[in-house]
Design a protein around this ligand. Structure first.
Ligand code: FAD
Length: 369
């Protein structure tokens, strides 16, 4: 009987693995379980909202890719892991056994559960919600829409500016407010980036409410702890990432935020046949790494080689995360701000570079087939 490699989550790193399996047939059988058949590429999210990119540009069809690689695909959510007995349980109740498993389930949205099923509140995660944002804005029969974004991180800012650009293409006025409990924008970015972004927000007529924490959300009003009341038609919840509870529930070692702890071979520190990459892991001695897709992409080749090495009893390769990486924030209308170490570049060249990198990624892993 063939051994089984189970991939949980169709995130950035696993898209790389799927690509490898399509190109290089393996002796083991592979199964992918992911909550949605469609995986959105986050780097292109805001330009997708602006209608610069289409569905085809930004979406991986995991089912189609799996078919090409003879990978069995389940559009389902894993809700339980039994690491000792080497199986996972899906939401439908189905049990899947594995010999080796890899997790690339990303991070989840930090949102109060009571707001999750509200019609007018859309979470930024899962990224399949990007489509919902555009549909909901289009469906609103109002000429003037009040749109609130909770969270002034890079994602919340990019999407707020994109919505303002979308306004120009739609036959309606969209008033955008950003609410954040912190007293500064993008605290981990260079000062120059903070200044440029703040000015862009101001010039775009996006209204920024810093130092304001959400207390209550009623049907048409948001109230902050300090008593600020904002009317709204739609809310986008872009709160920071949190971990999936299932790793802790499975009795695995997790860091203080609940992310699965792996060593530098991207291998679980308790179970050698469990691997992981991307937002869902915390690498020993590197627990402060940002939750950005860049890491999932950089980890992917190590993850793949180490899974193969484990299967074929070879020694594993150590991955060292880079301290500095190129970050480009989209500022709308095909402009952006790039930062790398102390270097900052503002304008259309930054966006063009982002477009080149992101389109290249999609071409390599999606449309080459
Ligand atoms: C709007 C936005 C813009 C961003 N822009 C950038 C950017 O420009 N550059 C950058 O580096 N980062 C960016 N990020 C951050 C980036 O999205 C994440 O760091 C990245 O997606 C993490 O990749 P991943 O492979 O870990 O998981 P993800 O890409 O989140 O994929 C996880 C997959 O696992 C599936 N899944 C989750 N739980 C389960 C489960 N229990 N069972 C089965 N399947 C499951 C999900 O459906 C999803 O398909 C952005 C984030 C947002 C929200």
């Amino acid at each position: 009987m063939k051994k089984i490699l189970l991939l949980v989550g169709g995130g950035h790193a696993h898209v790389y693995l799927i690509n490898k399996i399509i190109k290089e047939k393996q002796k083991f059988k592979t199964i992918l379980v992911s909550s949605s058949q469609y995986q959105f590429y986050s780097g292109m999210a805001s330009a997708y909202i602006e209608n610069i990119y289409s569905d085809n540009d930004i979406i991986f069809d995991l089912k189609k890719l799996c078919k090409l690689g003879e990978i069995e695909f389940f559009e389902e959510k894993v809700i339980e892991i039994d690491p000792e007995n080497k199986n996972v349980i899906l939401k439908s109740g189905k049990k899947i056994d594995f010999d080796v498993v890899s997790f690339d389930t990303g991070s989840e949205l930090k949102i109060d559960n009571k707001y999750l099923d509200k019609e007018k509140i859309i979470g930024i995660k899962p990224l399949t919600n990007l489509k919902k944002i555009k549909e909901k804005l289009g469906d609103l029969k109002l000429k003037e829409v009040r749109f609130l974004v909770i969270g002034a991180g890079a994602a919340g800012i990019e999407l707020s500016l994109a919505i303002k650009e979308l306004e120009k293409k739609m036959n309606k006025k969209i008033e955008v407010h950003i609410v954040d409990r912190s007293d500064m924008l993008l605290p981990t970015f260079p000062k120059k980036v903070q200044e440029v972004v703040k000015e862009k927000i101001y010039k775009s007529n996006v209204i920024l409410h810093l130092n304001e924490e959400v207390k209550e959300i009623k049907d048409t009003q948001l109230i902050t702890k300090k008593g600020l009341t904002l009317d709204y038609d739609l809310i986008l919840w872009a709160g920071g990432p949190v971990s999936n509870q299932m790793y802790k529930d499975a009795g695995m070692s997790v860091d203080e935020k609940g992310y699965m702890v792996v060593n530098q071979f991207l291998q679980n520190i308790d179970f050698e046949y469990i691997f992981g990459a991307g937002d869902c892991i915390s690498i020993q001695n590197f627990s402060q790494m940002k939750k950005v897709g860049v890491y999932a992409i950089k980890e992917a080749p190590y993850l793949w080689r180490n899974i193969l090495n484990y299967f074929y009893c070879k020694s594993l390769e150590s991955y060292t995360p880079q301290n500095e990486f190129l970050l480009i924030i989209s500022l709308g209308n095909q402009k952006g701000i790039l930062s790398y170490k102390k270097f900052v570049l503002n304008g259309s060249l930054a966006w063009k570079l982002k477009n080149y990198i992101d389109k290249g990624f999609m071409k390599k892993f999606n449309s080459e087939f």
